[in-house]
Design a protein around this ligand. Structure first.
Ligand SMILES: Cc1cc2nc3c(=O)[nH]c(=O)nc-3n(C[C@H](O)[C@H](O)[C@H](O)COP(=O)(O)O)c2cc1C
Length: 187
């Protein structure tokens, strides 16, 4: 078994100055050496449509499915919209959950987090996201849970993660995910 794991990752926001994209960049920067986090851009992902699917997966969907099949794990960094995940996040999960079987999410180790300028740190979104992912048979890390609140304060003007406590928690979160992806082998 390799000692470095490929982690596909996406942010569920399309805007340029997204705090969640910034958190994903911080995750790349703070990842333990055993994780190679590779962001996947959802900007070109079409909305799920069964007619489109019947005609054959469009290239962005093919690329997402191939990326997930080739990955050892998935990191989802999503904003919270109206107490749930964004349409961008849900749409990616919906496409990835589709045949052929085994689907790209079945059995895949997944970590979820998110950032918001609000005070609840995307907690409500993460609950919904976990329910959706459970339905796909993804293997979602339960603990630790990382909620990034007050994003306007923990990121600076250049969207760099400046808050030291959040940096430390992010590092611990990713170290735990590395163990979740590759549990220690029994001797
Ligand atoms: C339609 C909509 C609904 C929102 N609902 C919530 C919410 O329920 N909880 C929350 O913390 N923030 C909410 N927000 C604020 C987002 O957290 C904020 O816009 C955030 O910056 C979006 O993430 P991004 O910076 O990665 O694009 C909402 C924003 C929009 C546009």
């Amino acid at each position: 078994m390799s000692d470095r794991f490929t982690i596909a990752a996406f942010a569920g926001s399309l805007r340029t100055r997204s705090y969640n994209k910034a958190l994903l960049r911080a995750a790349v920067a703070h990842a333990p050496s055993s994780l190679d986090i590779q962001p996947f851009d959802l900007a070109d992902m079409p909305l799920y449509n069964g007619d489109v699917e019947d005609a054959g997966d469009p290239p962005p969907v093919q690329a997402l499915k191939e990326t997930l099949h080739a990955a050892d794990g998935l990191l989802i960094v999503s904003p919270e919209y109206n107490a749930s995940m964004t349409a961008v996040t849900k749409n990616a999960i919906d496409w990835a959950s589709r045949p052929p079987k085994p689907t790209a999410l079945a059995g895949l180790p997944v970590a979820v987090t998110g950032a918001t300028p609000g005070r609840l740190g995307t907690a409500r979104m993460q609950g919904h996201l976990r329910v959706s992912l459970a339905n796909t048979n993804a293997r979602v890390m339960a603990q630790p849970q990382l909620y990034v609140a007050n994003a306007g304060e923990v990121f600076d003007e250049d969207l760099k993660l400046q808050d030291e406590a959040t940096q430390q928690f992010l590092t611990r979160f990713l170290e735990s995910f590395a163990t979740w992806v590759a549990p220690p082998q029994a001797a």
